[in-house]
Every structure is written in C-alpha cells, then in structure tokens.
Design a protein around this ligand. Sequence first.
Ligand code: HAM
Length: 427
Amino acid sequence: MGREEGSGNGGSFRAPRGTQDILPPESERWRRVLDLAHRLFRSYGYREIFLPVMEHTEVFARGLGEGTDIVRKEMFTFQDKGGRSLTLRPEATAGVARAFVEHHMEKSGLPVKLCYSGPMFRHERPQKGRYRQFHQLGVELIGSPHPSADAEVILLCRDFLLALGIRTRLVVNSVGDEECRPAYVEALGGYLKERAEELCPECRRRMEANVLRVLDCKERSCAAVIAGAPGLSDYLCPPCREHLSAVEELLDAAGAEFVRWDRLVRGLDYYTRTVFEFQDPELGAQNALAAGGRYDHLVEEMGGGPVPAVGFSIGLERVMNAGPALPEEDREGVFLVAIGEEARRRAFLMAYELRREGWRCDLDHMGRSPRAQMKEADRQGYRFCLILGEDELRGGYLTLRDLELGSQERLEANELWMEAVRERLAG
Ligand code: HAM
C-alpha cells in the first residue's frame, strides 16, 4: 500500500489523502456551527432529510451532467457485489431530487422545503479549502417557480454567514433556460473557437463537452479570454430577464448587497436561471464558501414531474477556515468532585440524576486526587464544582466551589439540593 492510500510509518495508519479527522475541541466548534445552521433552517421552515452517502452512479451522471468535471473525473465510483455501479455522493441536490421523486413527496403539498448536512466526496487534488471528503450544509426548496423562492434561499444563506460574522461577497447571475441558453452557447462557442489556442488543454476539452464550463476556468491564460467573451445577460429571454430582476429587487429591498456578474456559471449542468455564490474575496481559487441556484428540470431528470426548485450548499470546512465568530459556549453545569469511596458512589448517582434533568455534568473516572479533579473540571470548561468529601457526608451538606472567583459555600444535602445548585449557578 502506498502512503497515499493511508499506510503510515512502521505499520501505523493515516487518514486517506484529502480527508481529515476533526477532533475535540475543533469538533465542538463544528457542532455549534451545525446547530446554529439547523436552528436557522428550521426558522425558515426547512425540515431535515437524511440521505444515503451513495447513490446509483446514474443519479449523478444524469443529474449533474456527463460533461461536468465532477462526473468526468471526480467521482468515487465502485461496483457493488452485484455488479451495480455506485458512487459516493459528490453533492446532495441530485440525491434530494431522487428521494423527492421516489417518495412522491409532492403529495404532501408544495413547496417541499428540505435541509441536510453531511459528508460529500470528490476526487480532487487536495489543497487548502479543497478536500476529497468535505462537508456541506444545504437547503432545497422544491416546487416553486417564483423569484421569492430564489430570494428566500439566498437570504437564508446570507443570514447564516452573517450570524457567524463571516464577510462575503454575494455574486448573482442568470444562466437562462432552454429557450435562451442555446443562442448564448452558440455565441460563446463561436467566440472561443476563434481563440482556442489561447485556452488551456482542459478548456479545449471543455469546449467539446460544454462550453459554459470554460467560464469557470481559473487558469490565468483562460481568464483573459473569458473577460472578452460575450456575457449571458445580453442573451436572456424576457421571462428569464424578468425573473432575475424580480430576484434582484427582493434582495435589494431586503438590504442584501450583491454584485451581478454575468460570467458566473456553476460547475453543475442542472442549473436554470438564477445562480449565486457567496465568495470570500480573500481566498484564492477556492473562494466560494457557499453556492447554489435554481434547477427547474432536475426532478424531471430523476423521473418525476415538471417540478421547479432552488437551493444552496455551504462548504463547512471553508466556513470553519474563515474564522467564524461562534455563539457563546454554554458553560452552565457542574463537575462533581468526590473524596473517598462512599462519596464517589454518591457523586456517581448525583451525576446520573443531574444528567437526567438535562444538566451538563461530569465527574472523575480515573481515581484522581481532589485537587486533580478540580483541575480536570477547569480543563473541561466548568466554572462550578460540587464537592462531596468525608466532612460533607458526615455533616449532611455539599460544597459548591466557584473556580472563577475561588469562593465556596455550603448547600444543604437535602432533597432540594438540585434546586439550590441551580439557584446559585443562575445567580
Ligand atoms: P458546489 O458549488 O459544487 O454546489 O458546492 C457547494 C460548496 O461546497 C462550495 O461553495 C464549497 O464551499 C464546498 N465545496 C465544494 N467542493 C469542495 C471540496 N472539494 N472541498 C471543500 N469544500 C468544497 C453544490 O454542491 C450544489 N449541490 C449546491 C446547490 C444546492 N445547488 C442547488 N442546491
């Protein structure tokens, strides 16, 4: 096994290239961001869906487009024992659409508003902000063709980033629809053909598969060609133009700043009309923290009816790398410090009682000295210790110690002890 595949030195293992372990306390920061996101999603009316991390390969080939970079070269695809081709999901939108159709979700009434979070897999060259296993948070609003749906998901994404104090630039565009896009594709194709020698080899290939992909290229030589290319906005048909204006008007009215960039296209073929990205102006090529758009034909591609939809996904690693301002950590709770066998037993049962009441609470399992137990409490972020020693047992009281102030007081160890602790902590 090569190192890339995870073997380390001397028989120890490493996580596969492009994947990472998220350990405490970093994992706790992730959890707080996830909790905040799901609370926000819920407040906008999105309900959670859990999907398989693998799908039949066809879901992505058809859903994302055979010509996309993802389908052509970035999927983790394998055969199961029955010879079927399965793929680890490179994104979640196609799976959501597949599930929507499979479970006839339209029957419960439209729109169906779903949110999700979890790992995605793309076989890309790893670098900062780009991993082979990464995590997305996202929402999909399925069933509405109205610009208010587009504006809602954009504002939700914006709210999330603002709640974390992350400053981004919102870039919006329309990629048109089946009416007007063909004329643009032709014009762009004609323009690019004339300047094909200036394009990178990858873009010359992209021209064959889907010329729009060229607009996404980050190579410097291609950027110059792209800058002179015809823009999408000149080709939009009146309905697409109106749709975009209506979305922009709502964003404006809601006070959301954005820039319109008419060369913004996305790396997936399912988009129609609105596309958008929240970019970090300080990051280089991997500058999109979140992205999404409207996809009015994906549900049909998955075998369903003509159901329009719009959504976005946020890259969790990129959000964490952007230094989010996390909400205050919940420090309430007590660490039980026990001295002696009988006290340990009592503390164990008290901890169980506290936890069943929903408290954050912990105690020593390592046979540590009282002083070491208090140090452990501090290390775990507890401000208060509830001390139970021989004196306490004999005298029928508990000692509540405030590690921050260094003060302590006695509480009676009667049936109201939990109330008394709660009162002191609140005070
Ligand atoms: P996407 O632009 O491919 O869109 O990915 C969305 C976000 O996922 C990116 O903006 C980025 O933050 C993150 N991301 C993508 N690839 C990587 C990677 N290799 N490493 C780390 N982060 C990454 C979608 O996936 C669509 N499903 C979005 C959508 C939802 N459109 C409609 N609904």
